[in-house]
Design a protein around this ligand. Structure first.
Ligand SMILES: Nc1ncnc2c1ncn2[C@@H]1O[C@H](COP(=O)(O)OP(=O)(O)OP(=O)(O)O)[C@@H](O)[C@H]1O
Ligand SMILES: [Mg+2]
Length: 149
């Protein structure tokens, strides 16, 4: 596991941008953390970096999924906070997407046993001084050199 301490919003954007250059489909990033921790902020910068032609990256709070097209393949930005049932995961096409798209998933705990084995876990916590602590861990066959971020 790698821990980034005292992460400002600017530094968080830099990490997201650096990470984007290491992604190609299929790849899953699971973003863990409380309300307001910075999950969407991270995804927004990562998506802008992968899809420079996109100028609006809304939070998928109500749509659950926003899809983008990038030169590295389709990108799905998912916010599963309002997922109503486990059945919805399959109905939305998320299980297929996990196999062939770049998936950025907020509230991945909602996936339960569908949480993919191969993924990058990114946990955001808000420090007392309001900077963020980011813990990153590769799971399964995923490898990212954290020193490049
Ligand atoms: N160092 C930082 N990193 C990320 N966001 C920061 C930082 N400092 C302040 N912020 C602010 O914190 C807020 C984070 O909100 P964001 O929507 O990204 O959180 P979230 O984790 O997606 O929440 P939710 O669970 O509601 O989807 C933004 O308003 C952002 O400007
Ligand atoms: Mg969010």
């Amino acid at each position: 596991m790698h821990t980034f301490q005292k992460v400002s919003e600017a530094r968080l954007g830099q990490i997201a941008e650096n990470l984007s250059s290491h992604l190609s489909s299929p790849f899953t990033v699971c973003l863990w953390g409380d309300l307001g921790a910075g999950k969407t902020t991270f995804c927004r910068t990562l998506i802008r970096s992968l899809c420079p032609h996109v100028d609006h990256v809304p939070s998928p709070t109500f749509t659950l999924i926003q899809e983008y097209v990038s030169s590295r393949g389709a990108v799905w930005h998912c916010d599963l906070y309002r997922l109503k049932s486990m059945d919805e995961i399959e109905e939305l096409g998320l299980l297929d997407a996990l196999h062939d798209k770049i998936c950025l998933i907020e509230w991945p705990e909602r996936l339960g046993h569908f949480l993919p084995e191969n993924r990058l876990d990114l946990r955001l916590t808000i420090a007392a001084d309001l900077t963020r602590t980011i813990e990153m861990q590769c799971q399964g066959a995923v490898y990212i050199d954290f020193n490049c971020l």
